[in-house]
Design a binder for this molecule. Structure first.
Ligand code: ADP
Length: 373
């Protein structure tokens, strides 16, 4: 796996029971996954020679992020390296402009959008194709956790996105009721499984809570979301885990926001809440093994992200959290605690959603140090 973040750490964990030999390309020996994988190459994924040397002897190469340059991926494929997902699929997770165009052609509903050239063009988009200001601007590449996304209320605010020197995508500002994610896994054989559709709650542009399944979502919309995700996976030839981030609009429509072709934060609940986790199914898919059962194990599972606070030592909080809630599942990434940084998550499950949410919230806040009892 290329990339040493927490997704690689948890994918590696899922491969252990299968006896899979897992090799990692990591930026530093301190990265989350590099701390636990025995076969680590430390190097820069932006360097083709490094990638080539890393891929030697790998049966299959997969990714914990979408930042490996597409030309490098093409060169590896030309060398005969098996990349999953392949570069033609991955392009749609790398570039929001490419993704929007492809989905529009495939008839998948998306927010109205267009690549814009400069702030004056943003005004034209707002007046002619959107519903006026505000408009959402996104750099087509390199964004994450809300970085690379701006809500602009007038043309004068639109200068900053253009400074990065990356194409800028303008989108209508969707008046959504909530955000959902439809997660599916597809294998090279074309077998696919769909997880229950989840609700994902963002705070300051960062995923805070994921509720599985999305409360109150009609069977019709949940079926539509799953079908949409399966269709996207098949049309784009995705192999592995695909997260389709969706807006549920106030008038009951679904619009695709983003695609991620790797395990995803909206699927972390599956570690403790589904028969087969997203990580185990990603491993199975990239190895072209039969996929595992995606069904939920509890009525409700809630994933609450643990962000860093002012206290560097979260271990000290384990005593309280574990004693208060013996069913709590803690997943920490081994990262240095910095304010606002995602350093772990907790999963809680049960029959009473309010209780399941409260237990997750309490543990995440206690670990962070924002509450002390
Ligand atoms: P990132 O690459 O940071 O994940 P996203 O495209 O997912 O970027 O946008 C981050 C957040 O910004 C979304 O989760 C959503 O809350 C908000 N957002 C993005 N696009 C729109 C839009 N067209 N209308 C309204 N809100 C949006």
């Amino acid at each position: 796996m290329v990339g040493g973040g927490q997704l690689a750490r948890m994918t590696h964990e899922a491969g252990i029971p299968l006896g899979i030999r897992f090799k990692l390309l990591s930026d530093t020996p301190q990265d989350s996954a590099a701390q636990v994988v025995s076969d680590v190459v430390v190097g820069d994924y932006r360097d083709l020679d490094t990638l080539r040397a890393f891929a030697q002897g790998c049966d299959v190469v997969t990714f914990d992020h979408e930042h490996v340059p597409a030309d490098h991926l093409r060169a590896l494929e030309a060398d005969g390296v098996v990349i999953r997902p392949g570069v033609e699929a991955l392009l749609h997770a790398q570039d929001k402009g490419v993704m929007r165009e492809r989905l529009r052609k495939a008839g998948v509903p998306c927010p109205r959008h267009r690549i814009v050239a400069d702030p004056a063009d943003v005004t034209r988009f707002a007046e002619e194709e959107g519903d006026g200001f505000p408009v959402v601007l996104k750099t087509v590449r390199g964004g994450y956790d809300g970085k690379g996304v701006w809500v602009v209320r007038r043309a004068e605010e639109a200068a900053e996105p253009f400074r990065a020197g990356v194409p800028v995508l303008a989108e209508e500002m969707v008046d959504f009721a909530r955000e959902l994610a439809a997660n599916v896994v597809r294998s090279p054989h074309g077998q696919a499984v769909a997880y229950p559709v989840v609700e994902s709650i963002q705070v300051n542009g960062v995923c805070d809570t994921v509720i599985a399944p999305a409360p109150g979502l009609s069977e019709e919309l949940s079926g539509q979301a799953q079908e949409m995700a399966l269709k996207i996976a098949a049309e784009l030839g995705v192999v592995g885990h695909l997260a389709v981030e969706l807006f549920e609009t106030r008038d009951g429509r679904l619009l695709v926001n983003e695609l991620a072709m790797r395990p995803h934060n909206s699927g972390h609940w599956t570690q403790d809440g589904a028969v087969t986790s997203q990580f185990a199914n990603h491993v199975r898919a990239v190895l072209d093994l039969p996929l595992g059962d995606p069904r939920p194990r509890a009525t409700w599972t809630v994933m609450t992200n643990v962000l860093g606070g002012d206290f560097p030592d979260m271990y000290a909080a384990y005593l309280h959290c574990m004693a208060r809630d013996p069913a709590l599942k803690i997943h920490m990434y081994g990262k240095d605690v910095k304010p606002g940084r995602k350093v772990g998550h907790v999963n809680t499950y049960g029959d009473d959603l309010a209780d399941v949410r409260e237990r997750g919230r309490h543990a995440a806040d206690y670990l962070r140090g924002t509450i002390t009892e």
